[in-house]
Design a protein around this ligand. Structure first.
Ligand code: NAD
Length: 488
């Protein structure tokens, strides 16, 4: 039975044990214990104590950076091992999990570099007798909660800036994918992170997650997951007046303008929705194609989609792996049935994939649906699976209005050869990230986050460390004469 990582110690979790299964065939990966509510309390208290130690709280940025550099090296030396572990845990093809592992290493290294070069401010002087400064201090204990789709990358996006900022962090990974986070804890131990500053507490959101965010010593909630859960956590944060960062769901539009290079666009659209089997917050799941290119585009799209290799995630040839589990597959299929009931035509896919050794896994065929309008359920709700809805548009004005008709605002894609038009469109779309003639590309130096119900706050970029810190202003009197106000 796998232990939990509680304030620098490996102990048996006192919560209900759980099992990690390989989504490719349902075989058991590992059994692991989960934290109890009492253990959450212990982890947060110990995190608070560890954070308060002057050696950490007032450590030099360069000292904290050293731990992150070391972790980056340790991760890079274990890319294959970590990628294999994550593939076993959530079923993403190895080609993708390798990328996620590398992204975790880059995040640690980037945060270390930013930390090492972050300046504090001598603020503009408004009086000759006073020197004014603004310094950044840690918040204290950060509660981090992550989803199952890209664990190692999303977990490092929280752990690295939180530790860089001089905080302690208690992380609750997703129920279905806790193995990589536990392995990451071992690497932080090896890198010499002082005890107590990191805890990894697997368990249910409603038990472990809830106890964590409610804890009176927690000073920030850093959450990635579904919009409904995000709203619940926003309520908790509001009640407790603590800060939050919420990276939530999406229903991202991709638009193909009249002058787009169709070959480039077709490949980009297919990658944008079907990589990760569509289990990506940024999946480009609503596609708008200019009326004049619509038939040609859909024909090419379907032809290429049919050639995608759905298969075992450990097979190097696989492009589309399994969904996380049967429950999720049923949810995805229910959306496809709903689309049909609302008048949609499934032009390819729309069924589970079996045969060739795939019978025991949760494989779903890449699916393209036409004949619906943007108000259809499948255009308004996040499916989080390999399902693309294609719609024609005539004018760009109409396009902007329809593309923005969504509660979400995470990302968008634009395919056109006209960069002036692309720029104008990019500014009109209510989303946090726009990709022009590319899609699903990430850079750790570029902030990421959602508009509207896709989130609050930004991860990545130079400023992400500051979101785990609070500003303190300090006034230093330079006048040696006593304050005349007190003189009679
Ligand atoms: P989820 O919201 O169901 O769960 C996310 C995490 O929250 C899990 O660890 C879960 O245990 C925990 N949780 C659930 N209820 C909780 C509660 N009441 N209190 C505290 N914690 C609780 O999401 P999911 O199904 O794991 O992940 C899929 C969702 O994540 C999708 O909506 C996807 O778009 C979103 N996501 C967003 C981003 C982003 O960066 N915007 C990235 C990846 C995934």
């Amino acid at each position: 039975m796998k232990k939990i990582f509680l304030a620098g110690e490996w102990v048996l979790g006192q919560g209900k044990p759980t099992v990690s299964y390989f989504p490719a065939d349902g075989t058991k990966n590992d059994e692991f214990s989960t934290a109890s509510v009492e253990q959450v309390d212990e982890a947060v208290r110990k995190a608070h104590q560890a954070w308060q130690q002057p050696e950490w709280r007032f450590s030099l940025p360069s000292q904290r950076a050293r731990v992150l550099w070391k972790v980056a090296e340790l991760i890079e030396a274990r890319v294959e091992e970590l990628a294999a572990l994550q593939t076993r845990d959530n079923g993403k093809p190895l080609s993708e999990t390798r990328g996620l592992v590398m992204s975790a290493a880059q995040t640690a290294r980037y945060m270390a570099s930013v930390l090492d070069t972050l300046d504090e401010e001598l603020t503009n002087q408004r009086a000759s007798d006073t020197l004014t400064l603004s310094v950044y201090e840690p918040l204290g204990v950060v509660a981090a909660i992550t989803p199952w789709n890209s664990p190692i990358a999303s977990e490092m996006q929280k752990i690295a800036p939180a530790l860089a900022g001089g905080n302690a962090i208690v992380l609750k990974p997703a129920e279905l994918t806790s193995l990589v986070a536990l392995r990451l804890a071992e690497l932080f131990e090896e890198a010499g992170l002082p005890k107590g500053l990191l805890s990894i507490l697997p368990g249910k959101g409603s038990v472990v997650g809830n106890a964590l965010v409610q804890h009176h010593l927690v000073r920030k909630i850093s959450f990635t997951g579904g919009t409904n859960t995000g709203k619940q956590l926003a309520h908790v944060a509001a009640e407790r007046l603590i800060s939050t960062s919420l990276e939530l769901g999406g229903k991202s539009p991709t638009v193909v303008l009249e002058d787009a290079d169709l070959e480039l666009a077709v490949n980009g659209v297919i990658y944008g929705i079907f990589s990760s089997a569509g289990q990506a917050c940024i999946a480009g799941s609503r596609l708008f194609v200019h009326q004049s290119r619509y038939d040609e585009f859909v024909a090419r799209l379907v032809e290429k989609t049919n050639r995608l290799r759905v298969g075992h995630p450990e097979d190097p040839a696989t492009q589309v792996g399994p969904l996380i589990d049967e429950n999720h597959l049923r949810g995805v299929d229910a959306y496809v049935q709903q689309a049909k009931a609302e008048g949609g035509q499934v032009v390819t896919g729309g069924h589970r994939v079996t045969g060739n050794g795939l019978d025991q896994g949760s494989y779903y065929a890449p699916t393209v649906i036409t004949g619906l309008s943007n108000s259809a359920t499948v255009c308004q709700e996040e499916i989080f699976g390999p399902v693309l809805v294609v719609m024609p548009f005539e004018s760009e004005q109409e396009l902007v209005s329809v593309a923005n008709q969504s509660v979400y605002g995470l990302a968008a894609g634009i395919w056109t050869e006209n960069y002036r038009k692309a720029w104008q469109l990019a500014r009109l779309l209510d989303v946090g990230t726009v990709w022009i003639n590319t899609y699903k590309k990430f850079s750790i130096s570029t902030p990421f986050g959602g508009f509207k119900q896709s989130g609050v706050g930004r991860e990545k970029g130079r400023h992400s460390i500051l979101s785990y810190m609070q500003q303190k202003s300090i006034y230093i009197g330079l006048d040696s004469t006593p304050n005349p106000w007190c003189e009679g």
